[in-house]
Design a protein around this ligand. Structure first.
Ligand code: FES
Ligand code: FES
Length: 185
């Protein structure tokens, strides 16, 4: 599975960054394939928009200053810190959050592997970790331990579950390689 960068439809965001605010106004963003609209002001970050305006609390706030990666989402298929992104700047981009990673009842291989390999304790860092690890295995199913360590080098896990995160991500990558070779038969 990969997230193909695509442009959202014209959602009538007539306001520009210059004309938006200072009072909250309706803002429409493409999130997990759906247009979602809620109030935002110019200082609203993407993670605040997700959590506070839309009630999508899967994405966590750890440091709120770009230092822990708990708030990781995908923007146009690339990992991004949603606490460092203004909601306004996410207009005309496609956002994927942890809530949008599964396909119906089918968890992403990284989500399944995190469960099977006990790769979480308190779980606070987990959504962000999963988004970065899923991005890695989607784009590089041949990834090595070094690749995984690099992919999550900006993530802080206070519970120290790194060894099991590495095992889970290697297992998910192996599953995706196996699925890929099945498909090519
Ligand atoms: S909450 Fe965004 S990087 Fe820590
Ligand atoms: S599982 Fe607790 S912070 Fe990572």
């Amino acid at each position: 599975m990969s997230v193909a960068p695509h442009r959202p439809p014209d959602r009538g965001n007539a306001a520009t960054s210059h004309s938006f605010g200072p009072e909250p106004r309706p803002l429409s963003l493409l999130i997990n394939g759906e247009v979602r609209t809620a109030l935002a002001d110019p200082a609203t970050t993407l993670v605040e928009f997700l959590r506070d305006a839309l009630g999508m609390t899967g994405t966590k706030i750890g440091c709120d200053r770009g230092a822990c990666s708990a708030c990781t989402v995908w923007i146009d298929g690339e990992v991004a810190a949603s606490c460092m992104t203004l909601a306004l700047d996410a207009r005309d981009h496609s956002i994927t959050t942890i809530e949008g990673l599964a396909r119906g009842d089918q968890l992403h291989p990284v989500q399944r592997a995190f469960i099977e390999h006990d790769a979480l304790q308190c779980g606070f860092c987990t959504p962000g970790m999963v988004m970065s690890c899923a991005h890695l295995v989607n784009n590089n199913p041949e990834c090595t331990l070094d690749d995984i360590q690099a992919a999550i080098s900006g993530h802080l896990c206070r519970c120290g579950t790194y060894p099991n995160i590495f095992k889970a991500t290697l297992a998910a990558a192996a599953e995706m390689r196996a699925a890929g070779s099945e498909e090519s038969k």
